[in-house]
Design a protein around this ligand. Structure first.
Ligand SMILES: NC(=O)c1ccc[n+]([C@@H]2O[C@H](COP(=O)([O-])OP(=O)(O)OC[C@H]3O[C@@H](n4cnc5c(N)ncnc54)[C@H](O)[C@@H]3O)[C@@H](O)[C@H]2O)c1
Length: 273
């Protein structure tokens, strides 16, 4: 068998489709921004969604609006601070009791606060770690679960050098490493839980606005202010379409980049045995 054929066989082995319709999803940081668009996209494709966020007020607004559009029985809000294990567990159990067995977790909550690197690490990386480990505990076939999918939201900043947001980039690089490592078939063989990673480019959300106020240094703030107007922004809907594609293609360890004016594409790491 040629090396290309080996790659094709390996790829096919890792790919099977994951239907969104009928699934139950839990999304962190989904009261606004990308997370809210992810909720909208999954609901539109027939999933039930537990919207979670640290911001209770905004979360309840999202719940009311999404329920009006998609039905009161299909969406709920639960307050969840992703830096707290007990919040995650509470959200998971409320989602299960109300909507059914959770089969899809989107670890989306994120901040870009360079002034408080501890918090940024705890929300961005800690949130993905806590969520992924809880998902393995609850969905893992080796723990009596039915399997499922975890999508960790990284960023294009997780694949590049980002001098103007070093803490943010560090967390996003780590999220790629977490997703690829636990998304290795070694783990899937016994957990039946796929772990994937989404790496979007820029979308005009509050995170971008807030990041400018908490920049790493005055020099970084000045650069962020200057380049802000020149960036090519996508809509949140474009990123949500990428998320849907990532879930449906269901490639374990898949790390998908979504950029303006390009089709979503996977970034393949070299895997050594
Ligand atoms: N906007 C972009 O250009 C962009 C690009 C690539 C990746 N991302 C990533 O997408 C994700 C969503 O970002 P966004 O742009 O929609 O930002 P956003 O600020 O609009 O939304 C983030 C949400 O996370 C919530 N949140 C903050 N701290 C939390 C905590 N401790 N626990 C639970 N929720 C918390 C906020 O309340 C907010 O609702 C982040 O992980 C971000 O890094 C954003």
């Amino acid at each position: 068998m040629s090396s290309q054929q080996k790659i094709d066989v390996e790829y096919q082995r890792r790919v099977d489709t994951m239907p969104i319709i009928g699934s139950v999803a839990l999304i962190t940081g989904a009261a606004r921004g990308l997370g809210r668009s992810f909720a909208q996209a999954l609901l539109a494709r027939g999933a039930k969604v537990c919207v979670t966020d640290i911001n209770e007020e905004q979360g309840k607004v999202a719940e009311t609006e999404l329920q009006a559009e998609h039905g009161a029985n299909n969406v709920m809000f639960v307050k969840c601070d992703v830096t707290k294990d007990e919040d995650f567990r509470n959200a998971w159990s409320k989602a299960t009791d109300t909507l059914g067995t959770v089969g899809l977790l989107i670890n989306n909550a994120g901040i870009g606060n360079e002034k408080n690197w501890q918090l940024t690490v705890d929300v961005n990386l800690g949130g993905c770690m806590r969520g992924t480990l809880l998902a393995l505990e609850k969905m893992g076939a080796d723990k009596g679960g039915a399997g499922g999918t975890v999508v960790n939201v990284s960023s294009i900043a997780g694949l590049k050098v980002v001098p103007f947001g070093p803490t943010y980039a560090t967390t996003k690089h780590a999220i790629v490493g977490l997703s690829r490592s636990l998304g290795h078939d070694f783990h899937y063989a016994y957990t039946k839980v796929k772990v994937q990673c989404l790496c979007p480019s820029f979308v005009q959300t509050d995170l971008i606005v807030d990041s400018k106020k908490t920049a790493f240094s005055p020099q970084c703030a000045a650069v962020l202010e200057k380049i802000g107007g020149t960036l090519k922004y996508m809509t949140a809907e474009t990123v949500a379409n990428g998320l849907v594609q990532l879930i449906e293609e269901s490639r374990n360890g898949g790390c998908m980049v979504v950029e303006a004016d390009k089709d979503p594409y996977y970034v393949d790491p070299p895997v050594q045995s």
